[in-house]
Design a protein around this ligand. Structure first.
Ligand code: PLP
Length: 374
């Protein structure tokens, strides 16, 4: 099947709505809905009789996620609850020293700010930098000093939609021995993402946005070299090396990133996420990225043609992903947002504007219709 027929076969969104909210919570593809349904029915009829088969799905998911982000090894991937939990594992795993500081931007989603602010009692400070100009990485780099232990940044900002040059930031961090932590929830599944190319120490993303999967299951990439340095704060049977050896009183922490998973896995969401990732991999992330960028560029064109609209998302090449945020010169954001929802244009109110976030399969005509309402 070519990508057009896969797209046709996989999405069943109601014709009554125009769904431009993938940066919040995405609809599931048909195969994901089927995987979840099948899993529910299997549980209903057979309980966990076929648990070994579920374990195979879990293993396949780690392999698929490793492929999606080009991780060195599927052992580098932990399956955790959400992005915030993964960020907390980093924040409470690092052996902070008084006067250490963390550099971030001043437009992060609360999950990538609050957790760092919570370290204040360890005398760790947070420096929130404004992302301005053509090269906003300059400001982040300039804010780092010899006490900087970590650069924590979103690859794509949830509100402005700006996309950062992670290769440059990762290279700088390596040169300066600064840990590099990337909140990638607004990028993975939207654009190609390569943890090796960007030299990330940590990257995390929940599945319910661009990866088109259920809420409550996130990937947490933790580079093998850093793993032993992160203190663990959650303990249980599942994070040990020999996890099925229930009777032994001796145990060791798993070498793999499974060490971050203290207890039973979220098998329901594992089945859903695996199905969704298989779709992305089948289409190919290069194709997904190019289709999505076409849609973002078309939105830019439509919005730029309306003199009453101010587009806030940067429009230079490589500075955008799937998020387009804008406001109206005479209508308030709230007024416009309510009006768009009354017309079944499903979008979000974020930062200083309205956020549209289509995905690769969104029909171009739907974008035109949505913009016509503004
Ligand atoms: C950039 C960013 N980080 C984190 C989150 C929250 O993720 P989670 O609910 O998986 O913790 C969001 C949600 O919108 C987000 O946009």
């Amino acid at each position: 099947m070519n990508s057009d027929s896969i797209i046709q076969a996989e999405f069943s969104l109601s014709k009554d709505i125009t769904y431009l909210n993938h940066a919040a919570v995405a609809p599931w593809p048909n195969r994901t809905t089927k995987a979840i349904n099948d899993f529910a029915i299997e549980n209903n009829i057979y309980g966990a009789t076929y648990y070994p088969k579920w374990n195979e799905t879990e293993t396949q998911l780690r392999t698929n996620l490793a492929a999606l982000i080009n991780a060195e090894n599927s052992d580098d991937i932990a399956l955790v609850k959400n992005t915030s939990e993964a960020l907390s594992m980093v924040a409470y795993g690092i052996n902070w020293q008084p006067y250490d500081n963390i550099v971030t931007s001043d437009e992060e989603f609360p999950s990538n700010r609050i957790v760092w602010q919570s370290l204040a009692d360890k005398q760790v400070t947070l420096n929130e930098v404004k992302l301005t100009g053509d090269n906003p990485e300059d400001a982040l780099i300039a804010a780092c000093n010899p006490h900087t232990r970590l650069l924590a940044i979103s690859s794509t900002q949830y509100s402005s939609g700006i996309n950062l040059d992670l290769v440059r930031l990762g290279k700088f961090c390596k040169q300066r021995n600064i840990l590099f932590c990337v909140d990638a929830i607004q990028t993975i599944g939207a654009l190609q993402f390569d943890v090796q190319a960007i030299q990330a120490d940590f990257a995390m993303a929940d599945g319910h946005k661009w990866m088109l999967a259920p809420e409550g299951l996130a990937l947490f990439y933790c580079n093998e070299n850093i793993r032993p340095q992160l203190k663990l704060n959650e303990f249980g049977w599942h994070m040990t090396e020999d996890m099925y050896n229930f009777s032994s009183k001796q145990w060791q922490v798993a070498r793999s990133a499974r060490r971050f998973e203290c207890g039973s896995p979220n098998m329901l969401a594992i089945h859903g996420l695996n199905a969704s990732i298989s779709l992305l991999l089948e289409i190919g992330m290069d194709k997904v990225e190019s289709l999505l960028k076409q849609r973002t560029e078309y939105l830019f064109e439509l919005l730029n043609n309306n003199k009453n609209i101010l587009v806030h998302t940067p429009q230079q090449q490589n500075r955008y992903a799937g998020i387009t945020t804008f406001s109206h010169k005479t209508k308030s954001n709230n007024e416009l947002f309510d009006y768009l929802w009354s017309k079944n244009i499903i979008c979000a109110l974020r930062g200083n504007g309205i956020r549209f976030s289509p995905h690769f399969y969104t029909k171009m005509d739907s974008l035109k219709e949505a913009v016509n309402y503004i």
